[in-house]
Design a protein around this ligand. Structure first.
Ligand code: FAD
Length: 393
């Protein structure tokens, strides 16, 4: 069989584009196949249209995976500084929002344009609106049957992403392909996703929809300090999205409603200063007033501070610092930023992303069981794993 290309990349998202341009720069003939009408759709919608393209503090500790060591090699060999250098070379203005998160000043479109320009310069052929019908291993590599013809190459890179936001072209294609070639796919679930509440919990908070407050959301040893937003159906906001990736159905989360403060010491101080003030009034100075009021209607006894003895104040502060929240579910892939789980890293080389089962087959980006926190970490994984495969194909 005469290969038509050296490499075929399936999926023109963040990881696929990075892999294609890297391989192209090495002089390889690269074909990138994308089934949507354009590449990089998720990049376009990311970061509220400004793409949080990396995080300067990205380390392996910011990723979830059944094997937390797997991501180390690729992340070390393509760092946030490498991607920033690319962004600066293309004259794209950016800024740090908070916590190392870098965003474009103007538009995510500039990141997609940069990647496509790099692909063009490296002679990568990009076929959009190209449906993949079948993939087979053949002598000397892989044969890919598509709506635009049959292609063959000694290397095949699967970069078809996860299940989140199906309306943007997300499919389970990569997982099916992995299984076809004998790989294990670890259970999939929505991550970085709003949580839903039901029953009494939802009734108690529903009319507070729109209220936001800083919290520390905790699950076991994992804690995220940021904002929580109460929604019509449950809770969202960055603290909740972050902890959602660690949460499993049936489990309880604890929220510290006065993060960074010693609630007990603060309440004692308030009691000494304003003994006649009711708890809901005092809490209303530290929390959104309506939320404080609801806490005192449902979860806490409300009376003037002078009427609490020391153990009672301790109970109040314990609840404020570990408010229990039992979610009934998540908003699902419709709104999730990422898909947790995926192609088991046991079957892949951590330095090249190549299959240990089928030589020449690679998996990169979100389809792999490596999922980052909110804040530019997921794109950094896409760039790093794409680069690792692009250097190895
Ligand atoms: P994708 O970018 O999803 O690309 C996969 C590509 O494969 C798509 O173009 C898809 O159309 C194509 N494809 C799928 N099936 C097939 C098939 N059968 N044949 C051909 N092509 C196929 N992460 C950050 O780090 N920062 C952010 O600011 C950020 N914001 C986000 C905002 C939203 C709303 C969402 C949903 C996600 C966000 N993420 C962000 C996460 C980030 O977008 C993903 O982690 C990242 O895009 C994964 O890259 P990928 O290349 O693996 O997959």
């Amino acid at each position: 069989m005469l290969p038509s290309h050296d490499v075929i990349v399936l999926g023109g998202g963040a990881a696929g584009l990075m892999c294609a341009l890297t391989a192209g720069q090495r002089g390889l003939r690269v074909l990138l196949v994308e089934h949507a009408n354009k590449v990089g759709k998720k990049i376009l919608m990311s970061g509220g249209g400004r793409c949080n393209f990396t995080n300067t503090g990205a380390t392996p500790a910011n990723y979830l995976s059944a094997n937390p060591h797997f991501c180390k090699s690729a992340l070390a060999r393509y760092t946030p500084a490498d991607f920033i250098e690319l962004v600066e070379r293309h004259g794209i203005a950016y800024h740090e929002k908070e916590l190392g998160q870098l965003f474009c000043d103007v538009s995510s479109k500039l990141i997609v344009k940069m990647l496509v320009d790099e692909c063009s310069a490296a002679q990568v052929r990009i076929d959009t609106q190209c449906q993949v019908h079948a993939v087979q291993q053949v002598e000397g590599g892989f044969r890919v049957d598509t709506s635009q013809g049959h292609f063959a190459a000694p290397s095949l890179v699967v970069a078809t992403g996860g299940l989140s936001i199906p309306s943007m072209g997300a499919t389970g294609f990569g997982y099916e392909l992995a299984k076809q070639f004998g790989h294990t796919v670890l259970p999939l679930r929505a991550g970085l996703v709003p949580l839903t509440l039901s029953g009494k919990h939802q009734e108690r908070l529903q009319d507070l929809s729109g209220v936001a407050l800083p919290v520390e959301a905790r699950h076991g040893k994992q804690a995220f300090r940021n904002f929580m937003l109460i929604t019509h159906r449950g809770v969202s906001g960055p603290a909740i999205l972050q902890i959602s990736s660690y949460w499993q159905p049936g489990e309880e989360l604890k929220l510290d409603l006065l993060p960074g403060q010693d609630a007990h010491a603060w309440l004692l101080e308030q009691q000494a200063q304003r003994p006649a003030a009711e708890l809901k009034t005092v809490l209303g100075d530290a929390l959104p007033r309506r939320f404080a009021q609801r806490l005192c209607e449902v979860w806490l006894p409300n009376r003037p501070l002078r009427q609490y003895n020391e153990p009672q104040l301790r109970e109040v502060s314990a609840l404020l610092q570990a408010w229990p929240l039992t979610a009934s579910g998540t908003e699902g892939y419709r709104t999730a930023e990422v898909t947790l789980g995926g192609v088991d890293t046991d079957g892949l080389s951590s330095s090249t992303m190549m299959s240990r089962i089928v030589p020449g087959l690679f998996f990169i980006g979100e389809v792999v069981d490596v999922t980052g926190w909110l804040g530019g970490y997921n794109f950094q994984w896409a760039w790093a794993s794409g680069h690792a495969a692009g250097m190895a194909v």
